[in-house]
Ligand binder design. Sequence first.
Ligand SMILES: Nc1ncnc2c1ncn2[C@@H]1O[C@H](COP(=O)(O)OP(=O)(O)O)[C@@H](O)[C@H]1O
Ligand SMILES: [Mg+2]
Length: 276
Amino acid sequence: MQQTDEPRTETRSAVRFDHVYKAFVARSGGSEPVLALQDVTFDAQPGEFISLVGPSGCGKSTCLNLIAGLSGPSDGAVSHHGSPVRGVNTSVGYITQDDNLLPWRSLRGNVELGMELRGVERRERRERAQEFIELVGLSGFEDHYPHELSGGMRKRAGIIRTLVYDSSVVLMDEPFGPLDAQTRVILQAELLKLWERSRPTVLFVTHDLVEAIALSDRILVFTTNPGTIKRDYRVELPRPRDPFRIHETPGFSELHDALWDDIRAEIEKSRERGSS
Ligand SMILES: Nc1ncnc2c1ncn2[C@@H]1O[C@H](COP(=O)(O)OP(=O)(O)O)[C@@H](O)[C@H]1O
Ligand SMILES: [Mg+2]
């Protein structure tokens, strides 16, 4: 009972950004640093699926890199289960647009890699890998090498390779970016199925607003550079969701229109500044 009225505390958040700023030395060699993130504050509760959307260059990838500890904030704090992220954070799973499969390892070998590095015993590794391979319909391809798989298959392999070791926080940076529209929707449905099994906290970067709605509990809209959070939408559509029919769900159109208005305003702003 108490739980529902309890204020959200830092220790209960899976990920928390507290007035985070991130400046980079300009790539173009100019003397002024580029402010990528400005005063970003949000928290992700355990099990929440959150999408980050906004114009290119607004700092979405930078947010994920801060959680992964690949770089540190210039000001403010980023924490993971209540502790500040210091150095590379190996307890989060990170899936990027490139599948990064090792070409000399079979599909099974790639899926087992993370578990191998974590010292999971061989039998358990094999069983778990097989379970996930079956879940995404890749049985029969276990011994195939990445170059023998389609783009969609490689994507699936990259995703299950990370989800198979049950990180409580998973970062995904435009994971379905290069795929065709049909394959994307199939993979969205598979991702939801996998996510429902263990409900990790997911921070998911996408340009696709329909995808963001289909997958997320919340959608954070970022402003054009420097990135700040313009809006934090709660997606109230019921679960389980069917990405194939998400546009027919009551409430979808209103949310899609509102998101699109926000994004369009930001894109126009960046055009006016001549920076896009
Ligand atoms: N390592 C870096 N060095 C210099 N500038 C960077 C670096 N990483 C990102 N930036 C700059 O920070 C801003 C945000 O980048 P990024 O997080 O990649 O945006 P997004 O993922 O939203 O497209 C951009 O202006 C980008 O050029
Ligand atoms: Mg990016």
